[in-house]
Ligand binder design. Structure first.
Ligand SMILES: Nc1ncnc2c1ncn2[C@@H]1O[C@H](COP(=O)(O)OP(=O)(O)OP(=O)(O)O)[C@@H](O)[C@H]1O
Ligand SMILES: [Mg+2]
Length: 580
């Protein structure tokens, strides 16, 4: 057997650095967090060559004495955590005492620091973890930390660094996160000696969002009302659904001042948009959550990016409530023609072969909700009200392959997808069941389903949620589930087939053990039931009328459009009319 040895300190730091320091942006993250913890009012970040040559973070925070500055280089040396119970209620960003020694072990490191009341400061030089020099330095109060030649002593890590522009982009994103998390601090970023941004201290979080977003998009921000309960407060802003993007880079979530990524949160955000965002896209959002620190574990991810909530359901409910209230239309919104949303532009144009590009259909998708001006003027209402709007002026032309209805509009040709329309109608009926009670239809012939014991257990545990969505179930003994009713609005012809497929989807989709929330159940039920509908031309008018009583008539519950327009201008262009 090989002998067990304790790792020498430098090696141990390098191993720890493997987790803490992934790339230049993570160095920036750790150093800026330290500056924020030190009470800085101003933080300046300089990076050269994407951070591979130089990363420098300077602050005007509390600074360190010489003794503390030397201690900060030791592993597990921290001024922020003293007892185990302290960790459970931690309010500072740092607590491990790992970051500074890790960074110093994988770079050419320099720290200059001075406390406000000391006569002179201290400068410490460290090379790959070895302290080279400690001396007096004349400097302003605060701390400057420099990491040059990152990973110079770890060739394998250095190889993992991407192009300078990529690393620089990560650094910028990281600093934007901090800027949003701490709006009262001035943040400056310089890249290769050129200024990228200089954000003055902002009085309110939304001012910081505006600084970063620019005037045009800022105008579209929708304020979410402050929601609190169960030890959690939520506040924030979103952009209308048309600005949803792939990936979560436009979702900025801060938990007690700490940027976090969390599936519970982004799921709740999507849910709050009530099916207006296409699957795979994420709404743009800025959320600040304040949570009793004992209700969350921040010590679960090496770079502290993820957290674990003790009561995820409460977090979800608070976010959902806030987003729903923020997006609730408080005045009738007339359907308006929308500039082609960027989302569809990408999908339509990138995916379509060149010959079809000139005929990109334009989904008739209006804004989900109006801008913030009206929002603040009107008090929130207790329940979302269906908005009565007229059906746009369409003339019925015919049916295409028993699938699409053809309509003539003032602008050109509109294709109408009846299945998508039914999906939207079912979904909103299920979600907005009147008085909280959904009309159900008892099944004449009992439906008995054989389930895997674990699936059966899950379904029975979620019995209440299923009941809320109009599906009453009970155990029939053994592994058999007895389904007693279905929501009446769905009018399903073959309940057995329908329920079998429904359970299959609920139990085996991407998140099989996820809870049966009303939103999820409504979405799956609407999808299943609408798939069974046979579109008929003579029902198109009444279907359109019903669709336009919905809150969001222009898209199905998964964001697919219900109506798509080909404008006359596009058709003319397609036929070469108007070309000389
Ligand atoms: N910019 C700074 N200004 C003042 N003190 C600092 C600064 N940076 C670091 N320190 C001191 O050095 C200590 C060590 O910093 P380090 O980042 O290694 O650990 P930490 O912040 O306590 O925990 P973590 O590893 O979780 O970040 C801090 O606890 C703090 O006392
Ligand atoms: Mg730290």
């Amino acid at each position: 057997m090989p002998k067990i040895r304790v790792l020498p300190d430098i090696l141990a730091s390098q191993v720890a650095a493997g987790e803490v320091v992934e790339r230049p942006a993570s160095v920036v993250k750790e150093l800026v967090e330290n500056s924020i913890d030190a009470g800085a009012r101003e933080i300046r970040v300089d990076v050269d060559r994407g951070g591979s040559a130089l990363i420098r973070v300077s602050d005007d925070g509390c600074g360190m004495s010489r003794e503390d500055a030397l201690l900060s280089l030791e592993r597990h040396a921290t001024s922020k955590l003293r007892t185990a119970s302290g960790l459970a209620a931690i309010m500072t960003l740092g607590f491990r005492g790992e970051a500074v020694p890790s960074i110093a072990s994988v770079s050419r490191f320099r720290m200059i620091t001075r406390e406000a009341d000391s006569v002179s400061g201290t400068e410490i030089l460290v090379d790959g973890g070895k302290v080279r020099d400690v001396r007096d330095a004349g400097c302003a109060p605060g701390t400057m930390i420099e990491a040059k030649a990152l990973f110079f002593n770890m060739p394998a890590r250095r190889k993992f660094m991407r192009a300078e522009t990529t690393e620089a982009a990560h650094v910028e994103h990281q600093l934007r996160l901090h800027a949003l998390a701490a709006p009262g601090i001035r943040f400056r970023l310089r890249r290769d000696e050129r200024e990228v941004f200089d954000l003055p201290p902002a009085a309110k979080a939304v001012d910081r969002v505006r600084q970063l977003l620019g005037t045009d998009l800022s105008r579209e921000l929708i304020e979410l009302p402050l929601t609190h309960g169960n030890g959690i407060a939520v506040q924030g802003y979103v952009l209308p659904a048309s600005h949803a993007r792939k990936g979560r880079r436009h979702q900025f979530v801060f938990l007690n001042g700490r940027p976090v990524e969390d599936a519970v949160i982004s799921r709740a955000l999507a849910e709050g948009f009530r099916g207006a965002v296409m699957d795979g896209l994420y709404p743009a959002a800025w959320l600040w959550l304040d949570l009793d620190p004992t209700l969350v574990d921040v010590n679960v991810h090496p770079a502290k990016r993820e957290v674990r909530f003790h009561r995820p359901v409460d977090v979800r409910d608070a976010i959902l409530e806030s987003v729903t209230a923020g997006l609730r239309p408080s005045a009738p919104v007339l359907p308006q023609r929308f500039e082609r949303p960027a989302v569809f532009e990408r999908q339509g144009e990138a995916a379509a072969p060149a010959v079809f590009r000139s005929l990109t259909p334009q989904p008739l998708l209006p804004e989900v909700a109006k801008g913030p001006e009206l929002q603040t003027a009107l008090p929130p209402e207790p329940m979302p009200l269906p908005i009565a709007r007229g059906v746009p002026d369409f003339r019925l032309l015919g049916m295409l392959h028993q699938r699409f209805v053809l309509l003539e509009s003032d602008d050109g040709l509109v294709l109408f997808d009846p299945k998508a329309a039914w999906d939207r109608i079912f979904y909103e009926k299920l979600l907005n069941r009147g008085e909280g009670v959904l009309e159900t239809q008892g099944l004449l012939v009992p439906v008995l389903l054989e389930l895997d014991p674990r699936d059966l257990d899950l379904v029975l545990r979620e019995r209440m949620a299923l009941g809320d969505a109009g599906i009453e179930v009970e155990s029939f003994g053994g592994n058999t589930l007895h389904v007693r009713s279905l929501p009446a609005c769905l009018a399903v012809e073959d309940p057995r087939l329908f329920l079998g497929a429904l359970m299959d989807e609920l139990l085996h989709d991407s998140a099989p053990s996820a809870r049966f929330t009303l939103e999820r159940l409504s979405r799956v039920l609407a999808k299943r039931a609408s798939a069974l509908v046979l579109p008929k031309l003579n029902e198109a008018q009444s279907l359109l009328a019903e669709l336009f009583t919905c809150e969001l008539p222009y898209c199905a519950s998964d964001g697919r459009p219900t109506l798509t327009e080909f404008s006359l201008r596009e058709l003319d262009r397609r036929f070469g009319i108007g070309k000389s």
